[in-house]
Design a protein around this ligand. Structure first.
Ligand code: SF4
Length: 72
């Protein structure tokens, strides 16, 4: 039978200039985002992730740091 959840891998980008360090992205999805103690900023663990997971992280980020790259 068909699985109703479609997994679409998309490119994610992170520009933490406006990051306030809330760590919401990491708590939401530690498979995509990690925390760099030295710079005190998040970093990407992977550059491709499930589109839904990326959109959830975008919604939770107060600094608009996370974006979804267009298909390429
Ligand atoms: S959710 Fe946004 S503001 Fe919060 S730590 Fe992640 S990138 Fe920074």
């Amino acid at each position: 039978m068909n699985n109703t959840k479609t997994t679409q891998l998309r490119e994610v980008s992170l520009e933490p200039m406006a990051c306030n360090g809330c760590r919401g992205c990491i708590e939401l999805n530690p498979d995509i985002f990690g925390w760099d103690d030295l710079s005190d900023r998040p970093f990407l663990i992977t550059d491709k992730a499930d589109e839904e997971d990326i959109r959830d992280a975008m919604t939770c980020c107060p600094g608009d740091c996370i974006s979804l790259q267009s298909e390429g």
